[in-house]
Design a protein around this ligand. Structure first.
Ligand code: TLP
Length: 346
């Protein structure tokens, strides 16, 4: 039985071209700044994001943590969405290692934060309060179902944060999906924020890594934090080479993943008992509710036995992510197995 793995776009394997580039990569010691391939990747990333400099890190989690460590001091407070990846899935690193208070503002369903709610959460100067110094955004928004933050929204919320003396970091793990969905250059979406990170290891199919981008001074400090966290990677050109191919060759094809996500969402909408609004699916993440007769986690487990892999995301919520390694035929196969299971459940 062929497995249709829709757990995450992180499962994508490097392409042949990436493997070749990895084999041929020019190498050096990146902690000395001497790996030519890492240097090329960082330069390319900074250029594409429209920022002065970039830093190659092992993961999105480390990039986000470094951003917090660089923007804040222990005892500060940071604002982030109640559904933010940084709040849910990064092991509380910002608080544990950065010593900052994480204060959440409710995420609307579309991944935005209400500007009024953000403004209210910014603390006035007072001896009793931690100082609010950083706002974190996420584009696309993972737990909100791959939703996209537009340039207008980003500019407005960043403007508000800046007026109140806050810096803004954007967790753009999937920002290329947002740029493709909106059909705008990615640098536009990143232009209002002070720092942005993105992952090459998700839909872009590289095996490892993330890039944090910002101005020169910020990135110099960030580089030191990366070293402290043990993220100095020596001959990292081996993996950076795949990242260069990812940025040059894999961005435009993301539209295909968005199309397969739409195909999946429309198919799911036809399954009795499954709840989904296909119109709300904007990129490659599809969130739906399993039939009322079965909790999401059990539904996922039963489907796994039928060779369809998904992730449970709450009581009845289930997540599917489309990517380069699943085509339209795989989606149709997954849908027919899902229909069969739902029929069995009665
Ligand atoms: N997300 C992963 C898992 O954590 C669930 C996924 O499969 O979606 N920001 C966002 C918005 C992310 O979605 C992720 C990964 C990260 C940061 C962290 O990246 P990594 O896994 O490289 O540390």
């Amino acid at each position: 039985m062929k497995i249709v793995d829709l757990r995450s776009d992180t499962i994508t394997l490097p392409t042949e071209e990436m493997r070749q580039a990895m084999y041929e990569a020019g190498l050096g010691d990146d902690v000395f700044g001497e790996d030519p391939t890492v240097n090329r990747l960082e330069k390319l990333a900074a250029q594409m994001m429209g920022k002065e400099a970039a830093l190659f890190t092992p993961s999105g989690t480390m990039s986000n943590l470094i951003a917090v460590l660089t923007h804040t001091r222990p005892g500060n407070e940071i604002l982030l969405g109640s559904e933010a990846h940084m709040f849910w899935y990064e092991v509380g690193g910002a608080s544990t290692l950065g010593g900052v208070v994480m204060r959440t503002v409710p995420n609307d369903q579309d991944g935005t934060l209400n500007p009024g709610a953000v403004e209210q959460a910014i603390r006035p100067k007072n001896i009793h309060h931690p100082q609010t110094t950083l706002l974190c955004l996420e584009n696309t928004h993972n737990r909100c179902g791959g939703t996209v933050l537009t340039l207008d929204y980003t500019s407005a919320i960043v403007g508000l944060a800046h007026q109140n003396g806050l810096q803004v970091h954007l967790d753009g793990a999937r920002i290329f999906n947002a740029a493709v969905a909106l059909d705008v250059p990615v640098s536009e979406l990143a232009s209002p924020v002070d720092s942005v990170c993105f992952c090459i290891s998700k839909s872009l199919s590289a095996p490892v890594g993330s890039l944090l981008c910002g101005n020169q001074e910020f990135m110099e400090k960030a580089r030191k934090w990366r070293k402290m966290l043990g993220g100095g990677m020596r001959q990292a050109g081996v993996i950076a080479a795949a990242g260069i191919v990812a940025l040059q060759k894999m961005v435009n094809r993301l539209a295909e993943d968005h199309a397969t996500a739409q195909r999946l969402a429309s198919g799911l909408a036809q399954v009795p008992g499954v709840t989904i609004q296909p119109r709300e699916v904007q990129t490659n993440i599809v969130i739906f509710e399993s039939p009322a007769t079965i909790p999401g986690a059990e539904f996922v487990q039963r489907l796994d036995a039928q060779g369809v892999r998904l992730l449970p995301r709450g009581r009845r919520r289930v997540r599917a992510v489309t990517h380069r390694m699943v085509g339209a035929a795989d989606i149709d196969e997954a849908l027919s197995r899902i229909k069969l299971l739902v029929k069995e459940l009665g």
